[in-house]
Design a protein around this ligand. Structure first.
Ligand code: FMN
Length: 192
Protein backbone atom coordinates (compact mmCIF):
# COMPACT_ATOMS: atom_id res chain seq x y z
CA UNK A 1 0.00 0.00 0.00
CA UNK A 2 1.25 3.49 -0.87
CA UNK A 3 1.96 5.82 2.02
CA UNK A 4 -0.09 8.98 1.77
CA UNK A 5 0.71 12.23 3.59
CA UNK A 6 -2.46 13.39 5.30
CA UNK A 7 -3.47 15.76 8.06
CA UNK A 8 -5.13 13.90 10.91
CA UNK A 9 -5.39 15.46 14.35
CA UNK A 10 -3.45 14.32 17.37
CA UNK A 11 -5.38 13.37 20.51
CA UNK A 12 -3.71 14.08 23.84
CA UNK A 13 -5.41 12.10 26.62
CA UNK A 14 -4.52 12.35 30.27
CA UNK A 15 -5.30 11.17 33.79
CA UNK A 16 -4.76 13.79 36.45
CA UNK A 17 -5.75 13.66 40.10
CA UNK A 18 -4.93 17.20 41.19
CA UNK A 19 -4.61 19.08 37.88
CA UNK A 20 -0.84 19.20 37.21
CA UNK A 21 -0.96 16.52 34.52
CA UNK A 22 -4.02 18.09 32.92
CA UNK A 23 -2.11 21.35 32.48
CA UNK A 24 0.87 19.49 31.01
CA UNK A 25 -1.45 17.70 28.54
CA UNK A 26 -3.11 20.96 27.56
CA UNK A 27 0.27 22.63 27.00
CA UNK A 28 1.38 19.67 24.85
CA UNK A 29 -1.77 19.96 22.70
CA UNK A 30 -1.31 23.74 22.36
CA UNK A 31 2.33 23.30 21.38
CA UNK A 32 1.52 20.63 18.78
CA UNK A 33 -1.22 22.91 17.37
CA UNK A 34 1.18 25.88 17.27
CA UNK A 35 3.57 23.70 15.26
CA UNK A 36 0.87 23.25 12.62
CA UNK A 37 -0.74 19.90 13.55
CA UNK A 38 -4.32 19.87 14.79
CA UNK A 39 -4.42 18.65 18.39
CA UNK A 40 -6.78 18.50 21.32
CA UNK A 41 -6.47 17.42 24.96
CA UNK A 42 -9.12 15.36 26.75
CA UNK A 43 -9.37 13.41 29.98
CA UNK A 44 -8.77 9.73 29.37
CA UNK A 45 -12.28 9.01 30.64
CA UNK A 46 -13.75 11.16 27.82
CA UNK A 47 -11.45 10.14 24.98
CA UNK A 48 -14.37 9.27 22.69
CA UNK A 49 -14.01 7.51 19.36
CA UNK A 50 -10.34 7.04 18.49
CA UNK A 51 -10.86 6.61 14.75
CA UNK A 52 -9.79 9.65 12.77
CA UNK A 53 -6.72 10.56 14.80
CA UNK A 54 -3.29 10.39 13.27
CA UNK A 55 -1.52 9.85 16.57
CA UNK A 56 -1.93 9.87 20.32
CA UNK A 57 -0.17 11.27 23.34
CA UNK A 58 -1.19 9.47 26.53
CA UNK A 59 -0.12 10.82 29.91
CA UNK A 60 -0.75 10.12 33.56
CA UNK A 61 0.15 11.37 36.97
CA UNK A 62 2.25 8.86 38.91
CA UNK A 63 1.23 7.81 42.40
CA UNK A 64 3.16 5.22 44.40
CA UNK A 65 5.05 4.12 41.32
CA UNK A 66 1.98 3.60 39.13
CA UNK A 67 0.01 5.38 36.44
CA UNK A 68 -3.52 6.24 37.43
CA UNK A 69 -5.80 3.29 36.93
CA UNK A 70 -8.03 4.92 34.30
CA UNK A 71 -5.01 5.77 32.11
CA UNK A 72 -3.62 2.23 32.32
CA UNK A 73 -7.06 0.83 31.54
CA UNK A 74 -7.38 3.15 28.55
CA UNK A 75 -4.12 1.85 27.06
CA UNK A 76 -5.10 -1.78 27.65
CA UNK A 77 -8.61 -1.29 26.27
CA UNK A 78 -7.42 0.70 23.20
CA UNK A 79 -4.39 -1.44 22.56
CA UNK A 80 -5.45 -2.51 19.04
CA UNK A 81 -5.87 1.09 17.83
CA UNK A 82 -2.83 2.43 19.67
CA UNK A 83 -0.55 -0.31 18.32
CA UNK A 84 -1.41 0.80 14.78
CA UNK A 85 -0.68 4.53 15.23
CA UNK A 86 2.21 6.61 16.46
CA UNK A 87 1.87 6.99 20.25
CA UNK A 88 3.88 8.95 22.76
CA UNK A 89 3.57 8.42 26.50
CA UNK A 90 4.38 10.81 29.30
CA UNK A 91 4.29 10.61 33.07
CA UNK A 92 4.06 13.46 35.54
CA UNK A 93 5.87 12.34 38.59
CA UNK A 94 8.95 13.29 40.50
CA UNK A 95 9.07 16.34 42.72
CA UNK A 96 11.88 18.56 43.90
CA UNK A 97 14.83 20.33 42.37
CA UNK A 98 17.31 17.45 42.55
CA UNK A 99 17.81 15.68 39.20
CA UNK A 100 19.00 12.47 40.95
CA UNK A 101 17.66 10.34 43.81
CA UNK A 102 19.49 9.28 47.00
CA UNK A 103 21.25 6.49 45.07
CA UNK A 104 22.42 8.93 42.39
CA UNK A 105 20.01 7.65 39.72
CA UNK A 106 18.47 10.10 37.24
CA UNK A 107 15.01 10.72 38.70
CA UNK A 108 13.29 10.74 35.31
CA UNK A 109 14.61 7.20 34.83
CA UNK A 110 14.16 5.98 38.42
CA UNK A 111 10.61 7.37 38.47
CA UNK A 112 9.48 5.37 35.44
CA UNK A 113 6.11 3.91 36.41
CA UNK A 114 5.66 0.15 36.53
CA UNK A 115 3.25 0.09 33.56
CA UNK A 116 5.67 1.52 31.00
CA UNK A 117 7.47 -1.77 30.29
CA UNK A 118 4.14 -3.48 29.65
CA UNK A 119 2.93 -0.67 27.36
CA UNK A 120 6.21 -0.60 25.45
CA UNK A 121 5.71 -4.26 24.68
CA UNK A 122 2.01 -3.89 23.83
CA UNK A 123 1.86 -0.74 21.70
CA UNK A 124 5.47 0.14 20.81
CA UNK A 125 5.24 3.83 21.66
CA UNK A 126 7.61 6.21 19.87
CA UNK A 127 8.73 7.45 23.25
CA UNK A 128 8.04 7.83 26.95
CA UNK A 129 9.04 10.91 28.91
CA UNK A 130 8.88 11.60 32.64
CA UNK A 131 8.21 15.23 33.55
CA UNK A 132 8.59 16.70 37.02
CA UNK A 133 5.22 17.45 38.62
CA UNK A 134 3.46 19.50 41.27
CA UNK A 135 2.62 19.01 44.91
CA UNK A 136 0.14 21.44 46.40
CA UNK A 137 -0.49 20.38 50.04
CA UNK A 138 -3.86 22.17 50.01
CA UNK A 139 -5.19 19.76 47.39
CA UNK A 140 -4.15 16.50 49.05
CA UNK A 141 -6.55 13.99 50.54
CA UNK A 142 -6.18 12.50 54.00
CA UNK A 143 -4.31 9.39 52.78
CA UNK A 144 -1.87 11.51 50.79
CA UNK A 145 -1.25 13.77 53.79
CA UNK A 146 -0.55 10.70 55.92
CA UNK A 147 2.02 9.42 53.41
CA UNK A 148 3.76 12.81 53.46
CA UNK A 149 4.07 12.59 57.24
CA UNK A 150 6.23 9.44 57.00
CA UNK A 151 9.97 10.23 57.03
CA UNK A 152 10.51 8.80 53.53
CA UNK A 153 7.37 10.54 52.25
CA UNK A 154 8.55 13.95 53.45
CA UNK A 155 11.83 13.64 51.59
CA UNK A 156 10.25 12.36 48.36
CA UNK A 157 7.23 14.63 48.30
CA UNK A 158 8.33 18.26 48.71
CA UNK A 159 5.83 21.04 48.10
CA UNK A 160 6.06 23.06 44.88
CA UNK A 161 5.54 23.30 41.14
CA UNK A 162 8.55 21.63 39.50
CA UNK A 163 7.26 21.51 35.91
CA UNK A 164 9.77 22.64 33.31
CA UNK A 165 7.59 24.21 30.61
CA UNK A 166 10.45 24.72 28.17
CA UNK A 167 11.26 21.01 28.38
CA UNK A 168 7.59 20.05 27.97
CA UNK A 169 7.18 22.32 24.94
CA UNK A 170 10.39 21.06 23.32
CA UNK A 171 9.18 17.48 23.73
CA UNK A 172 5.77 18.37 22.24
CA UNK A 173 7.45 20.04 19.25
CA UNK A 174 9.35 16.79 18.71
CA UNK A 175 6.00 14.96 18.60
CA UNK A 176 4.57 17.47 16.10
CA UNK A 177 7.66 17.21 13.90
CA UNK A 178 7.83 13.42 13.90
CA UNK A 179 7.38 12.21 10.30
CA UNK A 180 5.43 9.19 11.60
CA UNK A 181 2.44 11.52 12.12
CA UNK A 182 2.03 12.12 8.40
CA UNK A 183 1.87 8.46 7.42
CA UNK A 184 -1.53 6.93 6.79
CA UNK A 185 -1.83 3.95 9.13
CA UNK A 186 -2.62 0.74 7.32
CA UNK A 187 -4.43 -0.61 10.38
CA UNK A 188 -7.87 -0.54 11.91
CA UNK A 189 -10.43 2.19 11.40
CA UNK A 190 -8.42 4.35 9.06
CA UNK A 191 -9.83 3.41 5.67
CA UNK A 192 -12.34 5.42 3.71
C1 FMN B 1 0.88 10.52 47.95
C2 FMN B 1 1.69 10.84 46.72
C3 FMN B 1 2.43 9.84 46.11
C4 FMN B 1 3.19 10.11 44.98
N1 FMN B 1 3.92 9.10 44.41
C5 FMN B 1 4.72 9.37 43.36
C6 FMN B 1 5.53 8.35 42.78
O1 FMN B 1 5.51 7.20 43.20
N2 FMN B 1 6.33 8.66 41.75
C7 FMN B 1 6.39 9.93 41.24
O2 FMN B 1 7.15 10.17 40.31
N3 FMN B 1 5.60 10.94 41.75
C8 FMN B 1 4.78 10.68 42.79
N4 FMN B 1 4.00 11.67 43.33
C9 FMN B 1 4.03 13.00 42.71
C10 FMN B 1 2.83 13.27 41.80
O3 FMN B 1 2.65 12.30 40.85
C11 FMN B 1 3.03 14.60 41.10
O4 FMN B 1 2.87 15.54 42.06
C12 FMN B 1 2.09 14.83 39.90
O5 FMN B 1 2.53 15.96 39.15
C13 FMN B 1 0.65 15.05 40.31
O6 FMN B 1 -0.17 15.15 39.15
P1 FMN B 1 -1.71 15.52 39.21
O7 FMN B 1 -1.83 16.90 39.83
O8 FMN B 1 -2.12 15.54 37.77
O9 FMN B 1 -2.43 14.48 39.98
C14 FMN B 1 3.21 11.42 44.43
C15 FMN B 1 2.45 12.43 45.05
C16 FMN B 1 1.69 12.16 46.18
C17 FMN B 1 0.91 13.27 46.82
Amino acid sequence: MDEEVIEMPVLVVYASKHGATQEIAERIAQTIAAAGQQAQARPVTAAGDLAGYGGFVVGSAVYMGHWQKEAAEFVRRSRAVLAGRPVWLFSSGPLGTEPVDAQGRDLTVAAEPREIAEFTEAIHPRGHRVFFGVLDPGKLGLGERAIRKLPAGRALLPEGDFRDWAEIEAWARGVADDPALGIEPSGIGSEG
